[in-house]
Design a protein around this ligand. Structure first.
Ligand SMILES: Cc1cc2nc3c(=O)[nH]c(=O)nc-3n(C[C@H](O)[C@H](O)[C@H](O)COP(=O)(O)OP(=O)(O)OC[C@H]3O[C@@H](n4cnc5c(N)ncnc54)[C@H](O)[C@@H]3O)c2cc1C
Length: 511
């Protein structure tokens, strides 16, 4: 790209949106710089996804150790050291951050360390020094939202940023906000014996998830000893020398009560880092809440300036930021790309136990949009893998459009469900129907928790099965057991599109 600018592309912000965009731009032959004021990797690697998943792993192990009797092992004097868990999470974060530095070098991306501010539509000033670029990608992310008038002092009032590095545990903790971040912290702290209370303003925990999924998580959390207030507004937070007092109002009854704890963690969402970065000087518009609107290729209202990641207010997840970064870089380079029209295909995961994984519309959303739907549901109670793991709670729920069989939503809660989502995400993106997924899925997965749920929403009437199925055979619809082996049946199939042959999941030894 021949320009009179110093760079073809300058990326502002080095989180999972920014660093991925920079690498992709450089791979496509563009002269690229990336500005980062703090640490490469952004929130995800340093204070979000990566350290939190390490802490969650610790919490899972602690909880498992607490079930010794069930699994037949015993020990005396178990001692837990939470500071080791935090240090392990820091090591994992640091290791990956170093890796990003290496990738920058490998891909010849110039890293400019410092705070960047747009001075005009083609210039970013980094700590007093001006850098020009033909294209700019804004990837400054977001920061924790706080309640009005409240300051996070890191002692009594925390955001995720302080909680994730805190090595000593409070005796008691109130978490305001039951989204994925609040729920993951609740799970970790409770595993280590902290008295945890979670307060959610909306009718149920994990407010963006399907109602039935949230019910399972709420029940499991209560069993773990976590106190939950749903449909409850946090009216006031007072921090003192001895702890915090939080005043709550039940939205249904109007009842007011004050609870107290050593600390409060505010996890009510994020606000965009769009202030103070010179958007006005470059002519980039934000919406009334500060998010930067973009089209399907991440272009802002200024054609050569793009925005990606949390800053766009689309879906505050790391893989979404990265996907947007790739689309922006490819658009700038003028190569083929895959514009993002529908964020409903993006997988959403919460890694507490039980885990939650979803995509697309919830049942309530699908009905509200006027779809005639079929709902397929399969409980983990009947799943051999779940029984083996000793984690029986939860289910797989699939919502499909009755008329065309289009998958509208997938909602899973239970053991390791986050690992099950990618296949279904891909299937939905490729617009496969339940029957088509059944056809292929049998050859992809050894344990298909979602197979039975799929069959319930299959408008092409694949014969129903009773359980999750270790063995998949291809069989003629009209043919009794024993069925043909997969390869043989496929080889002999005259026309796999005519509906004559189906992949049918059958339990080994039964029809
Ligand atoms: C506790 C927690 C757990 C999470 N877990 C998950 C998870 O499991 N899965 C998932 O997908 N997502 C998770 N997320 C969300 C994920 O971290 C974010 O969606 C992701 O980091 C957004 O990436 P980004 O590139 O848009 O912004 P960020 O990661 O916020 O990066 C922005 C970067 O820009 C830099 N910056 C800002 N302004 C300037 C400036 N003026 N000059 C220079 N640099 C600047 C910042 O220092 C920062 O490094 C989690 C978040 C939290 C808080």
């Amino acid at each position: 790209m021949a320009t009179s600018f110093a760079y073809d592309v300058l990326v502002l912000g080095g989180g999972p949106g920014g660093y991925v965009a920079a690498i992709r731009a450089a791979q496509l032959g563009l002269k690229t710089a990336l500005v980062e004021k703090e640490k490469l990797g952004g929130v995800c690697l340093n204070w979000g996804c990566i350290p939190s998943k390490s802490l969650i792993r610790n919490a899972e192990i602690v909880n498992l150790l607490g079930r010794g009797q069930e699994f037949g092992f015993q020990f005396d004097n178990l001692r837990l050291d939470y500071s080791v868990a935090v240090r392990r999470s820091r090591q994992n974060a640091d290791r990956l951050v170093k890796g990003i530095g290496f990738l920058m070098k490998k891909n010849a991306v110039t890293v400019l360390t410092g705070t960047g501010v747009l001075a005009d539509p083609h210039t970013v000033v980094v700590d007093g020094q001006a850098h020009t670029a033909a294209h700019i990608i804004l990837a400054t992310g977001a920061r924790p939202a706080l309640l009005p008038g409240l300051t996070a002092d890191g002692e009594r009032v925390l955001t995720y940023r302080q909680a994730i590095v805190q090595e000593t545990l409070p005796r008691s903790l109130i978490i305001v906000g039951a989204g994925p971040i609040g729920m993951e912290f609740a799970y970790v702290y409770r595993a280590y014996g902290v008295e945890v209370t979670v307060v959610e303003m909306l009718p149920h925990v994990l407010p963006n998830e399907d109602d039935e999924v949230a019910e399972v998580v709420a029940k499991a959390f209560r069993k773990q000893g976590i106190r939950l207030f749903e449909n409850t507004r946090t009216e006031q937070v007072e921090a003192g020398a001895d702890g915090v007092r939080v005043t709550l109002k039940n939205q249904a009854t109007g009842a007011v009560e004050t609870i107290s704890a050593d600390q409060v963690l505010i996890a009510i969402g994020v606000r965009p880092n769009s202030d103070g970065i010179g958007l006005e000087a470059a002519g980039v518009r934000t919406d009334e809440r500060g998010w930067v609107p973009v089209d399907a290729v991440m272009r802002t209202n200024v054609p050569h300036i793009f925005a990606i990641g949390d800053l766009t207010g689309k879906l505050a997840l790391a893989h979404v930021a990265s996907a947007q970064g790739i689309v922006a870089a490819e658009t700038i380079a003028g190569v083929e790309t895959m514009p993002i029209e529908d964020y409903g295909n993006m997988p959403r995961c919460t890694y507490c136990q039980p885990q939650v994984a979803s995509l697309g519309l919830t049942e309530a959303q699908a009905r509200a949009r006027g779809y005639q739907i079929r709902v397929g549901k399969f409980p983990f109670q009947a799943n051999g893998k779940a029984l083996g793991l000793g984690e029986r709670e939860g289910f797989v729920k699939i919502i499909a459009d009755e008329r065309y069989g289009e998958i509208l939503g997938v909602h899973m809660v239970g053991p390791e469900v986050t690992e099950l989502l990618p296949e279904l995400s891909l299937a939905r993106m490729m617009e496969l129907t339940p029957a088509e997924i059944e056809l292929f899925a049998g050859q992809l997965s050894a344990v298909l928790e979602y197979a039975a749920a799929l069959q319930q929403v299959d408008t092409e009437d694949v014969p129903p099965t009773t359980s999750v199925l270790p063995l998949y055979n291809v069989m003629r619809d009209d043919e009794p057991e024993p069925s043909l082996p997969v390869e043989e049946a496929l080889a002999n199939a005259p026309d796999r599109q005519d509906g004559y042959f189906r992949v049918r999941a059958v339990l080994e030894g039964s029809s």
